[in-house]
Design a protein around this ligand. Sequence first.
Ligand SMILES: [Zn+2]
Length: 210
Amino acid sequence: MKSYRGRTVLAIGAHPDDIELAVGGTLARFVRDGARVVMAVVSIPADYDTRRAEAERAAAILGCELRFLVQDAGCKRIDDIKNYQLVGMIDGAVRELAPAALLTHSASEFHRDHVMVHNACLSAQRLKPFDLFHFNPTMCRPVPMPFHPRAYVDVSETIDTKMEAIEAHASQFGARGLDTDMYREVARMNGRMVGVKYAEGLDVGRMLLA
Ligand SMILES: [Zn+2]
C-alpha cells in the first residue's frame, strides 16, 4: 500500500455508492498511507441532487476527491452514452491524473453498466502503465456472482470509515429499509481468508510487484 504514497490512485465506479461498497476501506487506507485518491463516478442515473450530495459526503468521509465523468448536471444512464464517449471520458481521467493504480468493476457483474465501465477501463491500459485492480461486484442485496479475489487489503483500521461512507448513501439503504450489515460481513469473511479482522478482496488485472 505504501508504494502509492505521494502518487495518485483512481477509483472508477459506474454510479454513486459503487466505489464505497467495494473498496471504501481500501481507499481510506490509501489516503492514510499518503496517496491522493480520486473517486470518479461515471453518472447519476436518477434523483440527481440527493445522490450527488450523498456521494460528496461519502467521499469527504473517506478523505477522497470526487468527480463525475458525465459533466452535465442531470441524470444520465450509462446505456445512453456511446461506448467511444465512455472510453473517451475514462481516457481523459487517466491522461490527466496519471494514476499509479486504477480500481474498477470486474467483468463478473450482472449490471450491464458496470460491465461497460469495466471494459472502458481495460481500454485505458493502452495509454500508460498503471496497476489495475477489479473489485467485488456491488449490489444492494446479495446475488451469487463468480468473482474470486486474489489479492486482499487489510481494512481492519478503516472498516468503520467505510461503513460510515456507505451509510451516507441513505437513499439507497435506510430509505429503502435495507441495512448495510452485509458489507461488514463480507469484509469479515475476506479478512478470515487472509488472517486479519477485516479485508477487501481485489482481482488483479495488471500489477508491477514493487
Ligand atoms: Zn452501480
